[in-house]
Design a protein around this ligand. Structure first.
Ligand code: ZN
Length: 152
């Protein structure tokens, strides 16, 4: 990755960390789940509003490092309006990129590819995937139930 691209990606992450999108509690959510990453001290809650099969709204709140917050912010922007299946597919793709298993998929990730660099830092992979694991937990529940998420 060129130094210029690194700078661009860095600025996307800093921007989302400083001004996280969809950073609020959702009172009328259909589902929510908590994610914790004790290794770094990141913790966040994801709220989803589902209309039929569509994620009509998504928000998060929590505290943690810049990577975990930026990743949650980028995720909410990426999955809003998507179907459950599309959101899960995006998670699979994102996970493949941040773990370095499928770097070739980065190009199709849009702004999310800014987080692709964490594949070089194994501990940061958990930070970057935390929000996604929580989103997955919220999606796979029938009701609003807290689900502590363990990241692998
Ligand atoms: Zn972290």
């Amino acid at each position: 990755m060129s130094a210029e691209l690194d700078d661009l990606y860095q600025s996307i992450i800093l921007d989302h960390n400083r001004r996280p999108r969809n950073f609020r509690v959702m009172d009328d959510a259909s589902a929510h789940a908590e994610g914790k990453n004790p290794l770094c001290g990141d913790q966040l809650t994801i709220w989803l509003k589902l209309e039929d099969d569509q994620i009509s709204d998504v928000s998060f709140q929590g505290s943690g490092c810049a990577i975990s917050k930026a990743s949650a912010s980028l995720m909410t922007a990426a999955i809003k309006g998507k179907s459950r299946g599309e959101a899960e597919q995006l998670f699979t793709k994102f996970h493949g990129v941040v773990t370095g298993v499928h770097p070739e998929d980065a190009e199709s990730l849009g702004s999310l590819k800014a987080l692709g660099g964490v594949s070089r830092f194994p501990l940061r992979v958990k930070c970057a995937s935390l929000a996604w694991h929580a989103m997955h937990a919220a999606l796979t529940q029938d009701d609003a139930v807290d689900a502590p998420v363990s990241t692998e």
